[in-house]
Design a protein around this ligand. Structure first.
Ligand code: PLP
Length: 358
C-alpha cells in the first residue's frame, strides 16, 4: 500500500514492465527483441488504457498535412484523436477479412521508388489498423494479408500502428500472428489493452514498439499524466504475478468462452428477426456485430431517435466514418453486456422499426 499510494516511474512500475516484456516475447517473439536500441529494439511502456498510447503515438508522429492510411469505418476514438492534428486521412478499402492489400498497393502506386529514397512527396507516415474483431466492423485480417501489408510497409517505408484490444477475444485458435511478430525492421507500434479482459475502468494498457519511439512517448507521459495510477499498476501486477502467463491465458480462455456464447446468442437473435431486413458477417473476434440495414441509406435517425425511444441502444454507422456526417446504412451492435433475452427483444424492436421506416 505504501508504494501504491506514491508517484512511480513514467514507463510503468518495474515488476509490471518486466512481466509484460516477457509476455510479449513469449506471445509474439518479435525479431526486434534481439536488436540494439538504435536498431529499434523492442520496448514496452504502460499506458492509461490503450487510448492514451494511441493518442500519444499520433501526437508524436503527425505534423499538419501529413498523409496517413487507415481502413474506415474504424474506431471513433481514433478518428477523434486524429482530426485535430490536421493530417490527411487516406481510406483503404476493406472487407470482412480486413484491409484489401491490392487496394492498398493501388493507392501507394501514387508514390515512386524515388519518393521513397528521398523521403519526399508526402509519403504516408503510417498505417493504422485494428487487426482483430475491428471496432465497429468485427473484421479480422488474415495472416496472408498481414504479410502482404508488411511487405508494402517495407517498400513504401511507413510505420504500422497495430491497435489490437480484441486480440485476446479471438474465438478460434491458433490466434493470428501479429504484425509485431513479423517486424524485422522495427516499424510496428502495437497497442494492447486490459479493458476487454480485466476491467475498462481500471484504465490500463501497454505500448510495444521500437525503443526510440517508445522512449519519446514516455517523455510525453512524464509531462502529462506522469504515469498510470501506481495503485492500478500494483493491483494488475500482483494479479499477473499470481496467475503467471499460463494462468492469465486460462483466464482469457474463460473470457473468450463467455464472449462466444454472447456472439452466438446475438447471431441467433439476428437470424430470427433481421434475416430479410439486414445483412451481416459472423465476427471471428471481438464484441461487435456490424449490421447493414437493407433499404435505409442512413441509420442516424432510426437509431438515435426511434430506437433510443424504444430503449434499444445501438450506434449508427456514420460515427465510424472519416467524415461522420456521411450517411451510412450500417449499425453497430455490441454483445458484451446484454443478456440473450435482451438481445432477442432488442432485435425484435429494431425489426419493427425498420419495417415502419421502409
Ligand atoms: N482501440 C479500439 C479499437 C477500441 O475499440 C477501444 C475501446 O473500445 C480502444 C482502443 C480504447 O481502449 P482502452 O480502454 O484500452 O483505452
Amino acid at each position: 500500500m505504501k508504494r501504491a499510494l506514491q508517484y512511480s516511474a513514467s514507463a510503468g512500475i518495474p515488476e509490471l514492465l518486466s512481466w509484460l516484456k516477457d509476455f510479449q516475447l513469449n506471445l509474439h517473439d518479435p525479431p526486434t527483441a534481439k536488436y540494439s536500441p538504435e536498431q529499434g529494439q523492442m520496448e514496452v511502456c504502460v499506458t492509461t488504457g490503450s487510448q492514451e498510447g494511441l493518442c500519444k503515438v499520433f501526437e508524436m508522429l503527425i505534423n499538419p498535412g501529413d498523409n496517413i492510411l487507415l481502413d474506415a469505418p474504424t474506431y471513433s476514438g481514433t478518428l477523434a484523436a486524429l482530426r485535430p492534428l490536421g493530417c490527411n486521412i487516406i481510406n483503404i478499402p476493406s472487407d470482412q477479412h480486413g484491409i484489401i492489400p491490392k487496394a492498398l498497393k493501388e493507392i501507394l502506386s501514387a508514390w515512386s521508388p524515388k519518393d521513397v529514397k528521398n523521403c519526399s512527396n508526402n509519403l504516408p507516415k503510417f498505417l493504422y489498423t485494428i487487426p482483430n474483431g475491428c471496432n465497429p466492423t468485427g473484421n479480422s485480417l488474415t495472416t496472408e494479408r498481414k504479410k502482404e501489408i508488411y511487405q508494402l510497409a517495407r517498400k513504401y517505408d511507413f510505420l504500422i500502428i497495430e491497435d489490437d484490444p480484441y486480440y485476446f477475444l479471438q474465438f478460434e485458435k491458433p490466434w493470428a500472428p501479429t504484425f509485431l511478430s513479423m517486424d524485422v525492421d522495427g516499424r510496428v507500434i502495437r497497442t494492447d489493452s486490459f479493458s476487454k479482459i480485466l476491467s475498462s475502468g481500471l484504465r490500463i494498457g501497454f505500448l510495444t514498439g521500437p525503443k526510440p519511439l517508445i522512449d519519446r512517448v514516455v517523455l510525453h507521459i512524464q509531462v502529462s499524466t506522469m504515469h498510470t495510477s501506481t495503485f492500478t499498476q500494483i493491483m494488475i501486477s500482483q494479479l499477473l504475478q499470481q496467475w503467471g502467463q499460463k494462468g492469465f491465458l486460462e483466464h482469457v480462455d474463460r473470457v473468450v468462452d463467455f464472449y462466444r456464447i454472447q456472439r452466438d446468442a446475438m447471431l441467433t437473435a439476428a437470424d430470427k428477426w433481421l434475416k430479410d431486413l439486414a445483412e451481416w458477417y459472423p465476427p471471428a473476434a471481438g464484441m461487435f456485430l456490424w449490421i447493414k440495414i437493407k433499404g435505409i441509406s442512413d441509420t442516424q435517425q432510426l437509431i438515435m431517435e426511434k430506437a433510443l425511444k424504444k430503449e434499444v441502444l445501438l450506434v449508427p454507422g456514420g460515427a465510424f466514418n472519416i467524415d461522420s456526417s456521411e450517411p451510412s446504412s450500417y449499425v453497430r451492435a455490441s454483445f458484451s453486456l446484454p443478456s440473450p433475452a435482451q438481445m432477442d427483444l432488442a432485435f425484435k424492436r429494431l425489426a419493427d422499426l425498420i419495417k415502419e421506416s421502409l
